[in-house]
Design a protein around this ligand. Structure first.
Ligand code: ATP
Length: 345
């Protein structure tokens, strides 16, 4: 394998977890040439656009990007780079596997969810205006096109990965037109996949169900805002934001990133958990068809986290980002990676 991949280290804990992930991929034998770019506030400080055109060109040309978190200024300033990237590259499906890591202290030991979030519209369309002083309007856009393609993505993913059931999550009892359209599209697509059970839940009920018995669910399909919120909720069921990976997928282009944000409260302290981005990199390797290297990385993570129980502080351990990374690199270099056992990713 020899590939060029766009790398966006991001800010906050981004540079720490991306450097750690790049080291692990190198140690696993991935022959990757990285095209690294600065975006967000750091690009602005250099007199550039927050999302320079050459970054979009690089991702389009390479087809794949590994991305650290990028801080979005609250209230004013530039629009979220994360949202802009998803919209500009039409990365319409956000895939977030949420699975219990054996041995980790947590409330549940058998969570195995796949969250599919619509990534391009809903309340993230960014269409807001002031009607009169003191009154603002924010538009939620739901289209048949986007709802249908993300539903199809979810069913295809379920079919290819042997998943049995998809639950669409909505509030169509209140937002009858918008969430109603999302649900109709889901039901229409479901007809093409008779072997996969298709049902739905109202978002508030879904949140309660997830907290009570997350093991009862398989694949969840949500529009943008619900997907954002439920992803963080689900991360909390399996050890927190430090462990949950993600992929933003469009037609012929994909950006892999952790669910977590830039975590400014712990940035620069060397204690960030790099597992979420490392697991995102495993998704990336699988997407690229590099199964062997993907399983090698997964095996090394399993050795260090599940067997040796080396945890960063967010998981109740004491390991630094570097110590965890070193341990994973050492397992990979030793050549003694156990392949194909109960998976970490
Ligand atoms: P965003 O709005 O950008 O998604 P957020 O508000 O969800 O960000 P995060 O930056 O993801 O917030 O962080 C939320 C909390 O989780 C913080 O207290 C942070 O310290 C913790 N956290 C997030 N990611 C990690 C990580 N990789 N390792 C350790 N702690 C983390």
């Amino acid at each position: 394998m020899s590939r060029t991949i766009t790398l966006l280290p991001g800010d906050g804990i981004g540079p720490e977890v991306t450097a750690a992930t790049v080291r692990v991929l190198e140690a696993a034998g991935a022959d990757i040439e990285w095209e690294s770019h600065v975006v967000g506030a750091e690009a602005v400080a250099l007199g550039d656009d927050p999302l320079p055109q050459r970054v979009l060109d690089s991702i389009r040309a390479n087809g794949v990007c590994l991305k650290g978190p990028v801080t979005t200024p609250v209230g004013k300033g530039f629009r979220s780079i994360n949202v802009q990237l998803r919209q500009a590259l039409e990365l319409y499906a956000n895939l977030r596997p949420v699975r219990t890591i054996p041995g980790l202290p947590g409330r549940f030991d058998d969570v195995d969810l796949i969250i599919v979030r619509e990534n391009t519209e809903g309340l993230y369309s960014g269409i807001e205006h002031q009607v009169v002083p003191g009154v603002v309007e924010s538009l939620k856009i739901i289209t048949e096109k986007a709802s249908t393609r993300v539903a199809r993505f979810a069913f295809e993913h379920a079919r290819q990965n042997g998943r049995k059931r998809i639950t669409a999550v909505h509030k169509a009892n209140i937002m009858k037109l918008s969430d109603g359209l999302f649900l109709d599209c889901f039901r229409r697509v479901a007809e093409d996949y008779p072997e996969i059970e298709a049902d739905d839940r109202i978002i508030d009920n879904m949140c309660m169900q997830l907290v009570l018995r997350p093991e009862a669910y398989d694949v969840l399909l949500l529009e943008n805002l619900y997907g954002d919120i439920v992803s963080d909720l689900a991360a909390g069921l399996v050890g927190g934001l430090g462990v949950v990976p993600g992929a933003n997928v469009g037609d012929g282009v994909a950006v892999f990133e952790a669910v977590h944000g830039s975590a400014p409260d712990i940035a620069g302290r060397g204690i960030a958990n790099p597992l979420a981005l490392m697991r995102s990199a495993i998704l990336m390797l699988r997407y690229l068809g590099e199964r062997q290297i993907a399983e090698r990385v997964a095996g090394a993570l399993r050795q260090v986290v599940v067997h040796d129980r080396l945890y960063t502080r967010d998981l109740g351990g004491t390991a630094s980002t570097n110590e965890l990374t070193e341990a994973v690199v050492n397992v990979l270099r030793s050549g003694e990676v156990e392949m194909g056992r109960a998976s970490i990713a």
